[in-house]
Ligand binder design. Structure first.
Ligand SMILES: Nc1ncnc2c1ncn2[C@@H]1O[C@H](COP(=O)(O)OP(=O)(O)OP(=O)(O)O)[C@@H](O)[C@H]1O
Ligand SMILES: [Mg+2]
Length: 493
């Protein structure tokens, strides 16, 4: 079916649409229509994301839905727009950026905004073409839903649609659109934008918009002498710290932690050159374009703090005193280590806290680093051992098994007072069997480029419930093949 450019189709989506962001003053965004893509087809669909949004399951299968989520048609009440933001990229002020290829269609009554990524040029596209390619769109789709399955705050992905329309990157590729959902796509960079332009009224309007909708408790606080903006900065710092703890614990490398890729809600946003660790190398750099390693795995917690500092600087005109802003940021330094240790305790199957837990974790990380042990497989095998499997399956991961035994004995001692079944259950819920390793995504992408989307569907199924065993799919939980290390993922998308 070919619907003419941006036709309005009858609304059988089961939802009423509006756009609350569009109630902000005109300086915040530009209204525009997505640019249609010819002859779209489905590449992947997340029924779980559709359900969260409240979409009619049957309508989600329809050709109207395909056209709407490619940017070729609109539903009544949708009010598409691209927002403006700025940001620091690789530590340097980059000036105005904005939704260069993201177009927000509107907001459903369930409170989720729906945004198309790759739906054409906007006033913020700069040198870009407004498009996204199939490979990066599949990666974003799968990883968004994988993070959701892991219980890590994230923007979600409803679907990916493709088209044979050609897009030029290093090579000629084909276009795709990812449809994302989140309660808000506002980034640190939105605040930086108005701060840098000395637009204090807009800065206050934006802060009030976010606080009223997402951080209403900041209005009621007596912290910081009742300063709601400082309480807001503190709350964002805490959410970001908790997010970083989850990334580090699961071995997730984001790859492009620029301030324009930091969600004000503490969600993971912008799945570009991300990677889940294979062997445990804390200095691992997943972004081929990040030659200096600014966004290496072990740098992520401190980069997040650096980014929060930029946010704090932007909020300073509202907060007032610099000391107050610094005090609000300080919460990060307390929350990150606490959350990280909490996550590691769960991975170790420890339901309570004891004084020696930090050295126990540090000792393990030293052994894993020494041997570059596979992060996901190690944790899953340790969990399975606690559930009854032979300890040799864990020891087999180490060249220096005797060295590992030194740590293992400390671990066994620590577990003396913990019921084994409870520990095993906690570990199996905290250590996923399946993560989106680069080579798994790559195989699904190569098949999709041949118009076989079954690999995308299979991965989605596994990654939505990554803590389950999924008998018959052990190949997806194995070591990466040798060729995996030659996959180079850059910012090109
Ligand atoms: N192909 C493109 N066309 C237009 N603008 C683009 C394109 N690729 C990136 N940009 C813009 O460049 C800036 C930085 O890009 P970055 O890779 O961080 O974001 P992104 O992957 O496009 O999207 P998002 O952060 O929304 O997930 C953003 O303003 C983005 O909109
Ligand atoms: Mg981005």
């Amino acid at each position: 079916m070919n619907i003419p450019s941006n036709a309005m189709v009858a609304d059988e989506s089961g939802l009423r649409w509006r756009n609350e962001f569009a109630t902000l003053p005109p300086k915040f965004f530009t209204r525009l229509q997505p640019t249609p893509l010819p002859d779209p087809y489905w590449v992947g669909r997340s029924n779980a994301a559709a359900q969260q949004l409240g979409l009619e399951a049957e309508w989600f299968l329809s050709s109207e839905a395909l056209e709407v989520f490619t940017g070729n048609a609109l539903l009544p009440g949708m009010d598409p727009l691209a927002s403006v933001y700025s940001g620091h990229q690789f530590g340097v002020w980059a000036g105005q950026l904005g939704d260069g290829r993201a177009i927000m269609l509107g907001q459903s009554e369930s409170g989720f905004e729906v945004q198309l990524k790759g739906a054409g040029l906007t006033p913020y596209s700069r040198m870009g073409d407004g498009r996204a390619v199939l490979r990066s769109s599949i990666r974003e789709f799968l990883c968004s839903e994988a993070m959701q399955g892991l219980g890590i705050p994230t923007t979600r992905a409803l679907c990916v649609t493709g088209s044979d329309a050609r897009v030029r990157r290093e090579e000629i590729e084909t276009a795709a659109v990812v449809t994302r959902t989140a309660t808000s796509f506002i980034r640190f960079g939105h605040f930086e934008h108005f701060w840098a332009g000395d637009k204090l009224d807009e800065l206050r309007t934006l802060a009030d918009f976010v606080i009223d909708r997402f951080y209403p408790e900041c209005r009621l606080t007596d912290r910081f002498g009742g300063n709601a903006y400082a309480a807001f900065l503190e709350a964002v710092s805490e959410r970001t710290a908790a997010l970083m703890a989850q990334w580090q614990a699961v071995g997730f490398c984001h790859g492009v932690m620029n301030t324009d890729n930091m969600s004000i809600l503490g969600l993971t946003i912008d799945y570009g050159p991300f990677q889940f660790l294979d062997g445990f190398n804390p200095r691992h750099i997943c972004n081929h374009s990040d030659t200096g390693g600014r966004y290496a795995y072990n740098q992520q917690p401190s980069v997040a703090y650096w980014n929060l500092y930029c946010l704090g600087q932007s909020l300073l005109p509202l907060i007032g005193e610099k000391e107050t802003a610094l005090a609000a940021l300080e919460s990060y330094q307390a929350v990150f280590p606490r959350e990280f240790l909490g996550r590691m305790r769960a991975k170790l199957g420890l339901p309570d806290a004891q004084d020696g837990d930090l050295p126990l974790v540090e000792g393990l990380l030293a052994v894993l680093r020494q041997e570059q042990t596979d992060w996901t497989i190690f944790w899953r095998r340790l969990s399975q051992h606690m559930a009854g499997a032979d300890v040799q399956t864990v020891r087999d991961l180490f060249v220096d098994a005797a060295g590992f035994d030194v740590w293992l004995n400390l671990f066994i001692d620590r577990h003396a007072s913990v019921p084994r079944a409870a520990a095993a259950a906690l570990m199996l819920q905290s250590n996923p069997k399946f993560v989106l390793r680069n080579h798994l995504g790559q195989k699904a992408i190569e098949a999709a480029q041949r118009k076989d989307y079954s690999g995308v569907a299979t991965l989605l199924k596994l990654l939505e419930t990554p803590f389950e065993e999924h008998p018959g799919f052990d190949d997806y939980a194995g070591f990466p093949p040798d060729w995996a290390s030659s996959i180079e993922i850059s910012c090109s998308s």
